[in-house]
Design a protein around this ligand. Structure first.
Ligand code: NDP
Length: 330
């Protein structure tokens, strides 16, 4: 691939939102490296997607220790891309990683102990070739570890300069409130929670959104396209190269006729709005300003291009929202 020089107009293409009550602005769309960045995916395609994303004003790249396959390889591949193309741009990037799910054998490679989190962050930094990450997340709440210990691990990462900000992911409303309060007592802020949120997964609206607003915590949401369901991908069967064919996380049997019929109806609403299904799904997530950033996944750069155009129309009429709710509840 040729030498990379970032598009000079990149910051004109993106909208940036403040992450809770912090100083940090995040792009309305971020790129996640959960799928399609492991060793089983072609490296040059990965590189093209990261380049294209940054050229589109996407400054935030979301990783985790276990992304691959094999686990860790997404961070390694991202590290290679950083080294090849992004050396001059480190200060323009927000790179996040996480620990909380199974990563290595024995009692110290999973959940929420300080031992696990600190060791995992060191491994992540090494794999990516970084001195620090911008955001370090605890990936899921651990009911068996005192939350004080998990938060102490996050605080230590900041004190040691290995992370600039800290976040939690998949924490419920009360867990988030407690995490925020513990961190405040340590003189730190909980920057962000990362829950799943889409037209098909609205649990965040039941209490969590309110806690985030009250505490001034940002909402960076994942799987806004429900892993590809809320796109035109599955309207006419299950394509060979789709996630549903390749990943254990999106099961073919969950793509029922009933679901596809709903998505077809939503797609009609999208067409009337002059949007693709994917664009409308992203606009919907960003519709009321309560979401700081939606982390999209992609298997090719054309999908990122399609998704970015969601930003051209983020407002919905009351009638459109009602129609969407009626389809979702049917
Ligand atoms: P999405 O809901 O955005 O799904 C992405 C998938 O949708 C793509 O891989 C692609 O599937 C398909 N797609 C994307 N754009 C289009 C388009 N325009 N047209 C057609 N199909 C499209 O997000 P993910 O589920 O990938 O999650 C995004 C990120 O969120 C992850 O990478 C990760 O960073 C984060 N995440 C965090 C979790 C956590 O626990 N904190 C859990 C899960 C995700 P295909 O491959 O079939 O082309």
């Amino acid at each position: 691939m040729n030498e990379y020089v970032a598009d000079k107009t990149r910051y004109e293409k993106m909208k940036y939102n403040r992450c809770g009550k912090s100083g940090l602005l995040l792009p309305a769309l971020s790129l996640g490296l959960w799928h399609n960045f492991g060793d089983s995916s072609p490296f040059e395609n990965q590189r093209e997607m990261v380049r294209f994303a940054f050229d589109s004003g996407i400054t935030h790249f979301d990783l985790a220790n276990n992304y691959g396959p094999p686990p860790g390889s997404a961070e390694e591949n991202f590290g290679k891309i950083l080294k090849k193309d992004f050396r001059p741009y480190r200060d323009e990037l927000i790179i996040s990683t996480k620990a909380g799910y199974y990563m290595w054998e024995g009692p110290y490679g999973d959940w929420g102990s300080k031992k696990y989190l600190i060791a995992s962050l060191d491994q992540s930094l090494k794999r990516m070739g970084l001195e620090y990450v911008d955001i370090f997340y605890h990936h899921r709440y651990d009911p068996n570890t005192p939350l004080e210990e998990t938060m102490e691990a996050l605080a230590q990462a900041v004190r040691q300069g290995k992370a600039l900000y800290v976040g939690v992911s998949n924490y419920g409303p009360e867990e988030t409130r407690r995490a925020s309060s513990i961190l405040k007592q340590m003189g730190l802020r909980l920057l962000v929670n990362q829950p799943r949120y889409s037209m098909l997964e609205r649990r965040m609206e039941d209490g969590l959104q309110q806690v985030l607003e009250e505490e001034g915590i940002g909402a960076v949401v994942y799987s806004p396209l429900a892993q590809g369901l809320l796109t035109s991908r599955y309207l006419d069967g299950i394509p060979e190269d789709s996630r549903a064919m390749k990943s254990v996380f999106l099961k073919k049997e969950n793509i029922t006729d009933e679901l596809v019929n709903k998505i077809r109806k939503l797609n009609e609403v999208a067409k009337r709005r002059g949007q693709s299904m994917a664009q409308m799904a992203l606009s919907w997530v960003l519709r009321n300003g309560k979401v700081t950033s939606a982390i999209i996944g992609a298997s090719r750069k054309e999908q990122i291009a399609d998704n970015i155009r969601a930003l051209d129309n983020l407002s919905f009429t009351a009638e459109e929202l009602q129609e969407i709710d009626a389809v979702l509840n049917s």
